[in-house]
Design a binder for this molecule. Structure first.
Ligand SMILES: *Cc1c(COP(=O)(O)O)cnc(C)c1O
Length: 398
């Protein structure tokens, strides 16, 4: 065998991996097969899935699957190029129309996923001379978008409006200010104070971006999103939403005024320089958007089930952070306890993932539970009993 000359980078990589392992931060891949009612098979073992973002259980819905199949049948398996070349098959326009009518706004653009939506839109909108104000707990894709934009970055303490305002005041002379927040924070399960953010954005003339990744499809009338529930949607300049979570598919969208979408089509590099989404994905998204709007019961079930889980666990003494949603974290503190907690749960047939730094701040590791509309109450109640028992064994609760 020929010997490849090894660059010193291999040694650096090795050291870094050893370092990660020492901090109990190693991540690895395991394959899962989805089953009914929020169950999965992991390494051959049957488990209740408490880690899915398929909150409404639409990923396996027959109409969503049929939507994907029909689209492949009609248009093939690939977009075959970037949308600006010849990749903009008719399903794109249809789906964008479905999104604008759902969100009651001018214009929408389908993009590859939530990650590239944020990275692309923020870096296109925020020039070197702009300032971007970002909640400390915003999603990694927002942070990466700001870094790529080279704009000045101001992180404000989580949901701290006094802090945000003091930063906005300091930048009196800067013309372009952009405020960005998640509407529902993915690791804490709490919501952004959108009404207050809107007051500040109006007062300081800022452009407001709200990332509804975890809330779109679930909150507000017809599942339009949390901004709609709070009735501030018209004040939001740009929405980001993903189709990979409650919509049970893949892809993402940005929604804004027509002029902003037109600008992004011309300037958003993650959109311009990448092959369009395949027809199957668009077919699935269309079916999901139709279902989400008419199936109010699914949304009600999801919220009822998360309430059930949260009330059992808080009553047992767990710290569920400020969760007020279908995302229910239980704070466990250090990485090792959290990993042990998660692996004991898996032994008992419960898949609940350990969330560790850098996803959350050091010392705030947690088990993140997310409920699904298709979970059964009985399954959830017995899972909570197991969580309580293990919590006691590990001293997380008394
Ligand atoms: C998951 C998530 C994203 C990324 O969306 P994908 O479609 O999975 O790439 C972006 N923003 C937030 C707030 C998210 O939670």
């Amino acid at each position: 065998m020929r010997q490849r000359t090894k660059s010193p980078l291999y040694q650096t990589i090795n050291n870094e991996l050893e370092d990660i392992a020492k901090q109990s931060l190693t991540r690895s891949l395991v394959s899962h097969k989805p089953l009914e009612k929020g169950w999965i098979r992991r390494n051959g073992k049957l488990m209740l899935n408490f880690s899915s973002n398929d909150y409404l259980g639409l990923a396996g819905h027959p109409e969503v699957k049929q939507g994907a199949l029909q689209a492949i049948h009609d248009y093939g398996a690939s977009a075959s190029s970037s949308r600006l070349i010849v990749g903009s098959h008719p399903l794109y326009e249809e789906t964008e129309q479905a999104i604008t009518s759902w969100k009651q706004r001018d214009s929408a653009l389908i993009v590859h996923n939530g990650y590239t939506a944020n990275v692309g839109a923020i870096s296109a909108l925020a020039s070197r001379n702009a300032v971007v104000y970002s909640d400390k707990l915003n999603h990694a894709s927002i942070i990466d978008g700001i870094v790529l934009s080279r704009a000045k970055k101001r992180r404000y303490n989580h949901n701290d409006m006094n802090h945000l305002e003091s930063l906005l005041k300091k930048d009196k002379d800067i013309e372009n200010k952009i405020i960005i927040t998640d509407s529902l924070f993915s690791m804490d399960g709490d919501f952004a104070p959108l009404e207050d953010i809107v007051t500040l954005k109006k007062h300081y003339g800022a452009f407001l971006i709200v990332d509804e990744a975890h809330s779109s499809g679930i909150y507000g009338p017809f599942g339009r999103g949390y901004s709609y529930q709070q009735k501030v949607d018209e004040e939001i300049d740009l929405f980001v939403g993903t189709c990979g979570k409650a919509l049970g598919s893949f892809g993402a969208y940005v929604v804004a005024d027509q002029i902003v979408i037109q600008y992004l089509v011309n300037k958003m590099r993650s959109f311009i320089f990448s092959t369009g989404l395949p027809p199957s994905v668009l077919g699935a998204i269309q079916a999901s958007i139709t279902l989400v709007q008419k199936d109010e019961e699914r949304r009600r079930n999801l919220l009822q089930k998360s309430k059930l889980v949260r009330s059992i666990l808080t009553e047992a003494g767990f710290n569920t952070c400020l969760s007020d949603s279908h995302i229910v974290p239980i704070l466990t503190g250090d990485n090792e306890t959290t990993l042990t907690f998660s692996s004991l749960l898996m032994e008992e047939g419960i898949s609940a993932v350990a969330i560790r730094p850098p996803t959350v701040p050091p010392g705030e590791a947690r088990i993140r539970l997310s409920t699904m509309a298709v979970h059964s109450d009985e399954d959830l109640i017995s899972a909570c009993q197991v969580i309580k028992r293990i919590g006691k064994e590990l001293g997380v609760i008394t």
